[in-house]
Ligand binder design. Structure first.
Ligand code: ZN
Length: 563
């Protein structure tokens, strides 16, 4: 028996086998059931998530001898030929290698003739964005007046490179990255069938490493079987893919929250020595903190770190991720980022400072360093800054269980209508916030508007004129930036979907939100040029309660006393 790679052997043959793309599959099944078949379909999404597999199933569905059906029989000649890639009625073109205009002209010639056996001629063009401009022009001529017996399926990872004239003639489907839990489930099924013993941690590690691409995950399993045979452990996966173990990630996260600088730097050193992928590490840490953030918003048990701090940590990591991509000294960037994270976990937020300053004011006048305050007892409401290390370490380590879905049940959900109104009213604030997490999205979001809230999903519509900007949101990083900003306003985790809207929604009256709640990372004020300190005076000031509180609040020292 010849060896067949797992990804090929396990390629879905029926819509019901397709993993994680229910929204697409359902629509296609309905179209088949009602006979409303468009002449061109465009499948958009990252590699290895099922775009061409869906196109092939659709091809069988249209040409199956049992009739147009959402469940092709897989046994008739037409179905079998399509599965074996020998059907004369199905042309599969790889846009990357057939980008010459001649080939598309040939294609135009081909589509003139009636199909050989089936009902339709089906043209599948993968990586369609790779076609040259002249090839697109030739293709457009066919798309403008498609013969009734021809259907096109385009697949692309980069829709923004496809001319709008082509896109506008297609029914577009955005496929999503596949959730870790779904990948794990699939891999477990495959492993069982292949009689491979693989533990849950190893499955999770493969899923983590494949970043939502099922085909990558399946190829990884193949590679591991070749490397290890029929018994695979987490250590094998980590070794092959340069990943860091879940336990190490947890320890590092706890170290950050507890502000243990020495331990953080030691761990980074060890990970680098072990040849781990540091860029990956940042992404995985970010993911972990994002999960904590979700738990903090949903008030889940066990999350005692407050959301504002977690947001700041996520911001720092996101920034580090970007910078590390272009840097050769990843380790230094990583170390400084993690040290900044550890500080961010412990420094007061602006909101807290304002509350405390207000409390001080209420208690006895404005305290400034330049002006002698009226001697006053500290307001009883002034809480000493919560000592975060204690709070932080109280958080139990994240269990190594498969990542919980981001859509954990919120405790209370406002009616969707109210939430939509809130989102629309605060849209400019959301855009600004998302822009701070991922700069690239800010411009694009200005041409968009939230159009609906359904359960944990927020729909965002783009002005058709700016449809090409949708592709920006295929990047999980950009999508997450938006989701985080939405979550920030709704106070619960949400998933965002991006699509082209019908028309530009009437300009929403934007109540300009009070400018962003910037959090400050107050440093020990570094005096540019240390003034002669009147030491005695400083000592005396330090004894005063209100001064103590301010120093404590800002984590500062007195550098000068002016009287
Ligand atoms: Zn059939």
């Amino acid at each position: 028996m010849t060896y067949e790679v797992i990804a090929r052997k396990w390629r879905p043959q029926q819509f019901s086998d397709v993993v994680g793309q229910d929204h697409v599959v359902q629509t296609l099944e309905n179209a088949l059931a009602s006979g409303r078949i468009a002449s061109a379909y465009l499948f958009v999404g990252p590699r290895g998530i099922g775009k061409t597999s869906i196109a092939r199933i659709f091809a069988k569905a249209l040409n199956c001898e049992t009739g147009v059906t959402a469940t092709p029989c897989d046994t008739c000649d037409n179905c079998r030929e399509i599965m074996a890639s020998t059907s004369l009625d199905v042309m599969e073109i790889d846009g990357a290698s057939n980008n010459r205009v001649d080939e598309v002209r040939d294609l135009r010639e081909t589509v003139r003739y009636a199909p050989a056996h089936g009902r339709f001629k089906l043209i599948i063009i993968d990586e369609v964005h790779m076609l040259s401009n002249s090839a697109f022009n030739a293709l457009l001529k066919t798309l403008e007046e498609p013969p009734a017996h021809v259907k096109f399926f385009f697949a692309t990872t980069e829709p923004h490179k496809i001319p709008a004239t082509i896109i506008s003639r297609c029914q577009r489907f955005d496929l999503r990255r596949i959730a870790e839990s779904e990948i794990i489930e699939r891999l477990a099924l495959i492993a069982k069938d292949e009689k491979v013993k693989i533990d849950d941690d190893a499955l999770l590690a493969i899923a983590r490493g494949s970043e939502g691409g099922l085909r990558d995950a399946e190829s990884a399993l193949d590679q591991l079987i070749a490397f290890r045979g029929k018994k695979i452990s987490e250590a094998d996966v980590l070794q092959v893919f340069g990943l860091v173990s879940r336990r190490t990630l947890d320890e590092l996260s706890e170290g950050i929250l507890a502000g243990e600088m020495a331990s953080i730097i030691g761990q980074v050193d060890a990970l680098e020595q072990a040849g781990k992928d540091l860029q990956r590490l940042v992404l995985e840490l970010m993911d972990g903190f994002r999960n904590r953030l979700v738990s903090a918003y949903t008030g889940e048990e066990g999350e005692s770190v407050d959301a504002e701090r977690l947001l700041r940590i996520c911001d720092i990591l996101s920034d580090a991720d970007e910078r590390m991509r272009f840097s050769l000294s990843k380790r230094i960037l990583l170390e400084t980022a993690l040290v900044r994270c550890a500080r961010a976990a412990r420094v007061a937020t602006l909101e807290e400072l304002i509350v405390q300053i207000n409390a001080l004011k209420a208690g006895g006048g404005v305290v400034t360093m330049a002006e002698a305050p009226a001697a006053a007892a500290p307001a009883p409401t002034v809480a000493r800054r919560a000592a975060p290390p204690a709070a932080a370490t109280a958080a139990p380590p994240q269990p190594a269980a498969p990542q919980k879905p981001a859509t954990a049940k919120p405790k209370q959900v406002a009616p969707a209508g109210d939430e939509l109104a809130t989102l629309q009213a605060q849209w400019s604030k959301i855009v600004a916030h998302a822009g701070r997490i991922a700069v690239a999205v800010q411009g694009a979001l200005k041409d968009a508007c939230p159009s609906g809230v359904e359960g944990d999903t927020v729909h965002i519509d783009f002005d058709p004129e700016f449809a090409t900007e949708l592709s920006l949101f295929e990047s999980p990083r950009n999508r997450k930036a938006v989701e985080r900003s939405l979550a920030n306003v709704l106070k619960r985790p949400v998933t965002a979907t991006f699509q082209v809207g019908k028309e530009r929604p009437a300009q929403v009256a934007e109540t300009r939100a009070p400018e962003e709640e910037y959090s400050v990372d107050v440093e020990t004020p570094a005096a540019p040029e240390p003034q002669p300190t009147r030491k005695g005076n400083a000592q005396a000031w330090k004894q005063r309660d209100e001064v103590k509180q301010v120093l404590d609040m800002f984590n500062g020292t007195i550098v000068d006393v002016r009287e």
